[in-house]
Design a protein. Structure first.
Length: 211
């Protein structure tokens, strides 16, 4: 703060010292440091400061020089930006601690983290082998953070849904979809997928002639 204050000007520094404002927080909380310009005070330091920082009008009132006001606004903007940076860094530290505690308190999250770490350490081959499972888990976790009308599904999940509907039928499909929230598209979307694929599909009916 010292280097920045030095650039702002000695006059503002003198005003801050006169009012015992020695840190950024008091200044941010009470930025109207020029309010003292029209107070009645015969102290030598005050009169000297006012003479340098203000213009005296014919009616005896004093107005602060525009340059000083601009410099003060610059200083306040700088201090607030720095304060926001500190707040953001503190939030990230707290958020990291909360995330760590949350994982430790939830076995499912802990096991998922360990599983993802193992896949990552085993390289691309193992990631490809578990590609559908990764996509399935990601679909569920992503959709659980959204409202039902904003659920999204990848092409892998859509193809899986079609296969499940064909092989298991409507009842089996709905049983899985309703019990694993966010995992599979609803029947309306499934019907659209079937229409777009130019297939006439009946549940639990094999179409060997199409193979």
């Amino acid at each position: 703060m010292d280097d920045t204050v030095a650039d702002i000007g000695q006059q503002i520094v003198d005003i801050l010292k006169f009012q015992s404002i020695t840190s950024s927080q008091p200044l941010i909380r009470y930025p109207n440091i020029f309010d003292i310009s029209n107070m009645k005070c015969s102290e030598h330091d005050f009169l000297s400061i006012r003479k340098k920082s203000c213009l005296e009008l014919d009616d005896g009132q004093f107005i602060v020089k525009v340059g000083l006001i601009n410099n003060l606004n610059y200083l306040l903007d700088f201090l607030k930006q720095e304060q926001n940076k500190i707040s953001d860094d503190s939030y990230m530290d707290v958020d990291s601690n909360l995330t760590f505690d949350l994982i430790n308190k939830n076995p499912l999250l802990k096991n998922l983290v360990l599983w993802y770490q193992r896949i990552g350490s085993e390289g691309v081959t193992n990631t490809d082998k578990n590609g559908f499972l990764i996509d399935f888990i990601n679909t569920i976790t992503n959709n659980l953070t959204k409202s039902g009308n904003h659920f999204r599904y990848s092409d892998k999940i859509k193809y899986f849904a079609l296969s499940l509907y064909i092989l298991g039928g409507k009842l089996a499909y709905e049983f899985i979809r309703l019990n694993i929230l966010g995992s599979l598209p609803g029947l309306t979307m499934l019907s659209i997928l079937i229409l777009n694929s130019n297939l006439k599909i009946s549940e639990a009916e094999f179409r060997f002639d199409q193979l």
